[in-house]
Design a protein around this ligand. Structure first.
Ligand SMILES: C[S@@+](CC[C@H](N)C(=O)[O-])C[C@H]1O[C@@H](n2cnc3c(N)ncnc32)[C@H](O)[C@@H]1O
Length: 241
C-alpha cells in the first residue's frame, strides 16, 4: 500500500463509516456478502479468525458474535482513522488483536504457531493486482482446514463505469483460478452478483427504483445463471487436498 492509498483510506473513513447500511441497495449488497460468509462459519468450537482490511468493523460485527465465544479474533487494518471507527462500532474491540499495518508487509512470525481457521478480506483485494502475493501469504497462514473468503471484481462484467478514488483492478474467472491453483488453494464456491452497471444504482437510488433494479437483477441472474457477467465475485477457498 502506498502512502497516497493510506491517506485516501484515512480521509475517506468518515464517509465510509456505515456506508453499507445507508441505501436499500447497499444494504442488499451487504446482506448478500454476509450470507455468503455465514455459510462457512464454524460455530461448534473456538477458532482463530482474521479479518483483513476490517475498515469500520462491518465484517467483524457480523462474524464475531456468531462464532464460538472462546475464539480469538485478529484484524489487520493500515488506516488509523478506520480503526478509530472500528473501535466505536465494534463492541469486541478491547479483545481484538489489532495489527495496524498493510497485510502484505506484516510478518506474522511474531505470532509463532498461529494459523487461522477463517480469514476474510471483503472488498480489499480489488485494490491490488498482486494476486499471487496475496494468495501465497494466505496459504501460509491458513490452518489445515482453514477457509479464506474474499471478494474481487470480475473483468468480464459491465463495471467500466465504476468510480473509486483509489486504484482498483479486475480479474477474470480464468485468471482467478490460475492464481489460486498456483498458490495451492482450491475453490469451495464462487458466487457472483450484479449484472447491471453500478452507475444505475447511484442514479436511481430511491427505494422504488432500487426495488425495480434489484428485481431486474434477479431476473437477469435467473436467465444468465453463470458468473460471466457478474460484477462482484464472492469466493471461498481452502488449501488444496
Ligand atoms: C472498501 S474497505 C472494506 C472494509 C471492510 N472489509 C468491509 O467490507 O466493510 C477496504 C479496507 O481495506 C483496507 N486495506 C486496503 N489495503 C489493505 C492491505 N494491504 N492490508 C490490510 N487492509 C487493507 C483499507 O484501509 C480499507 O479500510
Amino acid at each position: 500500500m502506498t502512502n497516497n492509498e493510506l491517506s485516501y483510506w484515512d480521509s475517506y473513513s468518515k464517509k465510509y463509516n456505515g456506508i453499507w447500511d445507508r441505501t436499500l441497495y447497499q444494504k442488499y449488497l451487504s446482506s448478500l456478502e454476509l450470507s455468503f460468509i455465514k455459510k462457512y462459519l464454524i460455530v461448534a468450537r473456538p477458532i482463530i479468525y482474521l479479518d483483513i482490511g476490517c475498515g469500520y468493523g462491518r465484517i467483524l460485527n457480523f462474524v464475531a458474535p456468531k462464532i464460538h465465544t472462546g475464539s480469538k479474533v485478529f484484524a489487520v487494518e493500515p488506516s488509523v482513522e478506520m480503526l478509530k471507527l472500528c473501535k466505536e462500532n465494534y463492541p469486541g474491540y478491547s479483545k481484538l488483536s489489532v495489527i495496524n499495518t498493510d497485510f502484505l508487509k506484516y510478518n506474522f512470525s511474531k505470532f509463532p504457531n498461529v494459523t487461522f481457521d477463517l480469514i476474510t478480506a471483503i472488498r480489499v483485494l480489488k485494490y491490488y493486482n498482486s494476486y499471487g502475493d496475496w494468495f501465497d501469504k494466505i496459504f501460509s497462514l491458513l490452518s489445515r482446514d482453514g477457509i479464506f473468503i474474499f471478494t474481487v471484481t470480475n473483468s468480464h462484467s459491465v463495471s467500466f463505469f465504476d468510480k473509486l478514488g483509489v486504484n482498483h483492478f479486475k480479474i477474470s474467472l480464468a485468471g482467478l483460478n490460475y492464481y489460486l491453483e498456483k498458490s495451492g488453494l482450491e475453490v469451495l464456491s464462487i458466487e457472483g452478483y450484479q449484472i447491471l452497471p453500478e452507475f444505475l444504482y447511484r442514479v436511481f437510488n430511491k427505494s422504488l427504483y432500487l426495488n425495480l433494479l434489484i428485481g431486474f437483477e434477479r431476473l437477469l441472474s435467473s436467465v444468465l445463471p453463470n458468473l460471466q457477467f457478474k460484477r462482484v465475485l464472492y469466493v471461498a477457498v481452502r488449501k488444496k487436498r
